[in-house]
Design a binder for this molecule. Structure first.
Ligand code: SF4
Length: 138
């Protein structure tokens, strides 16, 4: 199966603070499937490291209030292109992220408060009919 995954779930240092965390349940997919790692925030042109970002209303802002919605939309479109190109049968995305979160995201106050909603990339992939799961569902 071709599985698109958030790159930070398979050991790529693309998280905003460059921290690498292990997700053994996701790396185990590498043994049996073709796994394609993508980071929409990097594909949208944001640097790593970068300030933490959250969705606030209709925009994505960093912790100093700077708006980065355009980079998020570009990244989402690039990921959609890759998902179509490889014929992704499943997409596994990092929970709670403003790009990758499915169902729950942070509320834009940078206080670790979760609200209902999808990240920008997750939303676009969902609208295009891809099957989405978080790392917690695998
Ligand atoms: Fe991981 Fe997605 Fe954030 Fe990139 S944008 S670091 S893939 S959660």
């Amino acid at each position: 199966m071709n599985i698109l995954v958030s790159a930070c779930l398979v050991g790529i240092g693309c998280k905003y603070n460059c921290e690498i965390k292990e997700y053994p349940n996701i790396t185990a997919l590498l043994d049996r499937h073709t796994v394609i790692p993508v980071c929409p925030e990097q594909l949208g042109g944001l640097p790593t490291p970068r300030k933490p970002l959250e969705i606030k209303g209709n925009n994505v802002v960093d912790s100093s209030g700077e708006i980065h919605t355009q980079e998020f939309e570009k990244g989402a479109n690039e990921v959609l292109k890759i998902a179509k190109m490889v014929g992704a049968q499943l997409v596994v995305l990092k929970s709670n992220s403003p790009s990758c979160g499915i169902g729950k995201i942070y509320d834009g106050t940078f206080s670790s408060t979760l609200i209902d909603g999808n990240g920008i990339t997750a939303n676009l992939l969902k609208k295009n009919g891809f099957t989405l799961k978080t790392e917690k569902d695998i």
